[in-house]
Design a protein around this ligand. Structure first.
Ligand SMILES: *[C@@H]1O[C@H](CO)[C@@H](O)[C@H](O)[C@H]1NC(C)=O
Length: 419
């Protein structure tokens, strides 16, 4: 009897350890925490796929529900009650900007007649998940509002599967134009010369795209003064950059997951995934992908040797027919800001670009930093050698990482000094 219990416990332990254990590079700090996080995500994904397959509901909805449940649980454990206790002076309003739901954070009133900073924030989550009102996004927005004396506007743009490109982008653009109008800036007592646009991951993609559009649109008189991009997604033509290859199995953003997010965002058939993984979708046969366009994401030129290592470019001769026509958003700069020409980049505001070594999107961010610089834009390119994709969102106990806290601190400090 007793022996049975011991054997059972031992087996279970081994099984759990086997499920959780993942070999990670030495550079990653707190590896066990990341493994636990990864096991949690994997389990969620598997269960969600099962529910989808069984026909209960769309797998994205299951993932949304379970992350919400998890966040509620964490909130319950957290004694600091982030709904009121952390930054008690910050006023929250859930309203709409040009019909788009937003949450506005207003700093505690101080010094009558003083104008405040403005920050528009787009949350990450692969254009399918997440909400600016939840978890660490809400915490960071409150911190920013309080510490920067800023009116922070977090945009609840629509997500996949309800919509796909260009809807999420247009939601963000419309909210941004509304925010930058003289009337709204005056209503919130915001200094028109100190308004930032920012976002992480898919939100960084939206922030970069919106920033380009606003900068080039002569009908918008007030422009963003800075853009702060946290490990942004910027292109969908090359899924074999050194960072995509080096970090393809690093949690929490696996290469396959990122490719799938792209297909979903662009409204493409998910069966194209294997073709995208091997760059068949951007083969040399596609004459609409001109050499000039290719040069805009040519990492062999745009990356420093220490990032290129010994990786070789994956350029396919023939590939698959028709993908560019089937997926028209592929070459749209509003989806892939890295594809913009240097005349567009030159008009963009000063930039802060955060990249992480252990992130498939590292090279998207590094290439964009380089191209903006080449176009004459001042760029602060901050690279976290021990960072992994998503670390910016893990600052609240028990899912807190030291690198996440450093990244958030560094970001807020930069805004303090540059906005
Ligand atoms: C990529 O295209 C080549 C033709 O150039 C084809 O032989 C190969 O099967 C394709 N790969 C995938 C994964 O579809």
């Amino acid at each position: 009897m007793k022996l049975k219990t011991v054997v059972f416990t031992l087996l279970l332990t081994v099984l759990i350890a086997y499920y959780v254990y993942l070999p990670l590079p030495d550079g990653i700090q707190e590896p066990w925490k990341l493994m636990m996080l990864d096991a949690g995500f994997r389990t969620t994904m598997h269960l969600a796929s099962l529910m989808h397959w069984l026909g209960f509901y769309h797998y994205i909805w299951s993932i949304r529900h379970s992350t919400e449940g998890f966040e509620g649980m964490v909130k319950g454990m957290d004694s600091s009650d982030s709904d009121g206790g952390v930054m008690p002076g910050v006023k929250i309003s859930d309203i709409t900007f040009a019909g788009v739901p937003v949450r506005v954070y207003e700093p505690p009133a101080g010094g009558e007649g003083h104008l405040r900073r403005g920050v528009m924030y787009f949350h990450g989550g692969g254009w399918a998940l997440g909400s600016g009102k939840k978890g660490s996004y809400d915490t960071i927005n409150r911190m920013m509002s309080d510490e920067l004396n800023a009116v922070v506007v977090s945009v609840e743009y629509r997500l996949y599967p309800e919509v796909h490109f260009p809807e999420p982008y247009l939601d963000c653009l419309n909210a941004a134009k509304h925010f930058l109008s003289m009337e709204v800036l005056a209503r919130y007592a915001i200094d028109p010369e100190r308004v930032a646009v920012s976002g992480d991951s898919a939100g960084g993609n939206l922030a970069a795209a919106v920033s380009q559009e606003i900068s080039s649109d002569d009908t918008v008189s007030t422009k963003f003064s800075v853009q702060a991009l946290i490990y942004p997604v910027l292109q969908a033509l090359d899924f074999n950059t050194p960072s995509y290859l080096q970090n393809q199995y690093i949690p929490i953003l696996y290469r396959t997951v990122m490719v799938r997010f792209w297909l979903q965002y662009l409204g493409a058939d998910l069966s194209l995934q294997p073709q995208f993984m091997v760059n068949n979708h951007s083969s040399l046969k596609h004459s609409s992908i001109t050499p000039e366009l290719r040069a805009r994401l040519d990492w062999t030129v745009l990356l420093q040797p220490k990032y290129k290592k010994s990786y070789k470019p994956v350029v396919v001769e023939k590939g698959s027919e028709g993908t560019v026509k089937e997926v028209p958003g592929l070459l749209d700069v509003r989806a892939s800001p890295l594809l913009a020409g240097s005349e567009v980049l030159a008009k963009c505001p000063r930039a802060y670009i955060l990249t992480c070594e252990y992130d498939v999107l590292r090279d998207d961010g590094l290439m964009y930093a380089r191209r903006l610089q080449d176009a004459g834009v001042t760029v602060t390119s901050l690279h976290y050698e021990d960072g992994f994709h998503g670390c910016f969102s893990f600052i609240v106990w028990p899912l807190d990482f030291d690198v996440g806290r450093r990244a958030v601190r560094g970001y807020i400090e930069w805004l303090k000094n540059n906005l």
